[in-house]
Structure formats: C-alpha cells, structure tokens
Design a protein around this ligand. Structure first.
Ligand code: XIL
Length: 445
C-alpha cells in the first residue's frame, strides 16, 4: 500500500496560480497582433490571469480623429480576457505620449475639453470590464524637482489630473483608478512628488484608488523599493507593479525575485504585470528583459519569481467595487478663507457667473463651463443652459444634470459647491447635435 502526503497549502506551479493563492493577480502586457500567435497565447493563458493592452487602449489608438472612437483592438483584448478568465488593466486614458496628432496640436480649454471627453468616452465604453485604469500616466518630471512634467496636458492647468480622475469615476464607478509612472522604484524626488499628490488627493476626496509602479529596471534594485511601496499603501491606496521588465544578465533573476518579494510583503500590493510575455515580445529589444525565452522556455527569472510568489504571505483581496460614485468628503475642505463678517442668511442675487467654451465637431460637442463665485461666495450653485433645438446632453462630469434637451439645469456635486469669493470651478458636458449659442445663467445658494 502506498501513502500519499498532500499539503493543504500547495505551492502553485504557474505564475497565475501562485499569485491567486496569495490573493493577487499576475499579468502581462499584450500586443494585439500576438493574439493570433498560438505559442504566445498558450503561455499567456497558462501563466497570466490579468492582461493590459501594450498599445491598443492608448489615445492615438482609441480616438485617432477627434470624436471618432476606435475600440477594435481594446475590444479584442477584453474578449480574449473574458473568454480566458483574465482581468483587464486599462492603459492609459491620458498620457503626454502616443497622443493622436489632432490632440498634440491643441491647447488650453479646447484641449482640456477634449481630454475630459476622451476620459469619459473611453471609460464609458469599457465600463464594467476594467479592473483598474491607468487614468493618468507619467505626469511627473524625472530628476530632482519632484514637479509635474511639462506637457500640453499640464499646460491646461494643474488640476487636469484630478479632473481626469473625477471624470473616470463618473464614467465607470466600478473600476479602480490608478496613477502610473516610472523611475519610482524607491524613495526619490520623483516618487515623493507623486506621494505628495496622492496624499493631497486623498485629503480632498479626489477619487484615486491605486498607484502603479512601472518598474522598467536595470541591473540593480533599490534597497528601499519595498519601503516606497509601503509608504504609498499607508496613504490608503492599492499599489501594483504595472510594467515590470528587467535588464537580462546575471542579476535578472534576483531582481525579479526582489520585486516580487517586495510586493508580497506589502498587503496593499495587489498584483504584478510584466510588460510582455517572451523576450522577443519586449519593447526593450535585445535586453532579454522578460520571463520567457523566445522559444517559450522558462528562464531562471521565471523560477525565482514563482518561488517568491509561493513563499510570500497571502492577502484577502478587497472587493472590486471601490466605493461610491460621487467622490469627495461630505463637507468640502476649507480651501477658501472664512469671511470676516458673517455672510447674510439670504444670499444676494447674482452670486455667481458662468461662461461656456465649446468644442464642436459635426454632430456633437463638448461644453466646458466655468463657474465663478461672486463676492459672497457660494454654498452651492445651479447653472441653466438652453440647448438649441435638436441638441441633447449625453454625458456630464463634475455636475449633476436635470433634463437633457431644452433648458437643462446643472447642479454642483458635493466637492465643488462651496466656493470662496471669486473662486472658479469647472464642469462639463457632452452633447449630440449643435451646441452653438448657449448662454449659461448661474444661481448661487
Ligand atoms: C510602450 C510599448 O511597449 C511600445 O510598443 C510602444 O511603441 C511605446 O510604448 N511606459 C508606458 C508604456 O506606460 O505604455 C510604454 O509602452 C512603455 C513605457
């Protein structure tokens, strides 16, 4: 008679099984055309339970002409994922690179409107299908400044990132919303700049759920890699390794293991994605930066990664629904100084003004509305707009719309109703038909 010993906590034999045992995902970036390569797909489906489009969900791919959306590549990846039990990371709604030419040539409020429309449209299209969205990618500068990177996006105003997160939350309340960047592989000026932004967003109720660390790595791993992940996690966001690849050679297996261990040791680190599957799929060309040889053989880095997954502590994944649709604290932060004399109980008429700027194309438009508080400030505001005949509102961000045709009323949401004297906030809406000639009227309360 033979006796078989079984262990209840069996070590996983694939990346996805090991990660799943520990409450995490293990993902890969997928280039659309590779989905017809059967050797590639065999590895992808055997080893990975999360996918991200290497290029197919970027702005140049999804909105090649303004207002004309193309979801062919993104939909193909989502269909593949759904058929094979993989979750999908969305990458990326706004990025200074891989913008379509028309967006590269825009600036100011026209660009801001186009950006918000892009976020709203793409997040709405993929609503319910995305585990985590990289809402904003690579918005911080390299080097010692800790400051934002200059870009056409940044030049629309420093609040573009929070506006994008709010628009994404409104469009797909079930997706986790991430900020994603590189050269953030330890505690340095750039990661600290991002850390300060995330802390500020959390304190003001800007809807951010996660931070992605790309981790395109060379021949060494910073000693404070894990401590950096942990300090972000301590801000009450999930962290994820989003684009991992490592210079090939002697130290590669150790670095992969070190990154994996760091993630396992941080309970809010919910998953790891490698930026491709086999060395010859990698954007890093001859660096041989991934876990599989071109032949499909597993590399030493594969084994060290698998071992680190199996050795790591497990977590109980948090629910996939990140929370309420309407973000923000119930009482807004005291951004405006309180008046020295108490405000009158009945606000004076004309307590705010509104102006609209329009970005139109044949058959549709995006309106950006600027609300400016009068001398008494506002506790809340309403903007009425009468649309031309035949036009209707299809989407609204940073305000709540009543009605969609004729005279439409937009009320503040809970984070932008209270304005100090002269303070400005913006909301927007998208419509079909022509938006020409709209004159907004603002009423404050
Ligand atoms: C890269 C892709 O891998 C390439 O195919 C493409 O030519 C350029 O972009 N940071 C990111 C990714 O966030 O989107 C980039 O992907 C790699 C760097």
């Amino acid at each position: 008679m033979t006796m078989t010993l079984t262990s209840t906590a069996s070590a996983g034999t694939t990346l996805k099984a090991s990660a799943a045992e520990k409450g995490r995902y293990f993902g890969a970036a997928v280039a659309g055309q590779k989905l017809s390569d059967s050797a590639y797909v065999t590895i992808l489906n055997r080893e990975f339970n999360s996918v991200v489009a290497e290029n197919d969900m970027k702005w140049d791919a999804t909105e090649p002409q303004q207002g004309r959306f193309n979801y062919t590549g993104g939909d193909r990846l989502v269909a593949h994922a759904q058929a094979n039990g993989q979750s999908v990371r969305g990458h990326a709604l706004l990025w200074y690179q891989q913008q379509p030419g028309w967006a590269q040539n825009m600036s100011g409020s026209a660009l801001r409107s186009a950006m918000m429309n892009h976020v709203t449209q793409v997040a709405t299209h993929f609503k319910g299908k995305i585990h985590s969205w990289d809402v904003v990618n690579e918005a911080f500068a390299d080097g010692n400044s800790g400051a934002r990177r200059d870009s056409n996006l940044q030049r629309t105003g420093n609040d573009w990132i929070e506006a994008a997160f709010r628009a994404a939350r409104a469009a797909d309340p079930g997706a986790k919303l991430c900020y994603n960047d590189y050269n953030t592989d330890g505690i340095n000026a750039k990661s600290t700049g991002i850390y300060n932004m995330v802390r500020d967003f959390k304190s003001r109720g800007v809807p951010i759920d996660c931070v992605g660390f790309q981790s395109h790595l060379g021949t060494s791993l910073s000693g404070d890699y894990q401590a950096n992940l942990q300090r972000f996690a301590d801000l009450d966001v999930d962290v994820q390794i989003t684009e991992l690849d490592v210079m090939g050679g002697g130290n590669q297996a150790n670095i992969y293991a070190g990154v994996t261990r760091a993630c396992m040791n941080v309970s809010r680190c919910t998953g790891i994605t490698t930026w491709g599957v086999r060395d010859c799929d990698s954007w890093r060309g001859s660096d041989n930066a991934l876990l599989f040889e071109c032949s499909g053989n597993k590399k030493a880095a594969y084994t060290s990664t698998l071992n680190a997954l199996n050795a790591g502590p497990g977590i109980t994944p948090s629910p996939t629904t990140p929370g309420p649709t309407t973000p923000g604290p119930t009482s807004p932060p005291p951004t405006s100084p309180s008046p020295t004399t108490p405000p009158p109980t009945t606000p004076p008429p004309g307590g705010c003004t509104a102006s609209v700027s329009l970005n139109s194309w044949t058959g549709g438009f995006v309106a950006s509305v600027k609300v400016t508080a009068g001398a008494a400030g506002t506790n809340g505001w309403n903007v009425s707009v009468t649309l031309p005949g035949g036009a209707s509102v299809t989407n609204t961000w940073s305000a709540t719309a009543s009605g969609s045709t004729g005279t439409v009323r937009f009320a503040n949401v809970n984070y932008n109703g209270r304005l100090g004297a002269g303070q400005v906030t913006e909301f927007g809406f998208q419509g079909t038909g022509s938006g020409a000639g709209m004159t907004p009227t603002c009423t404050a309360s």
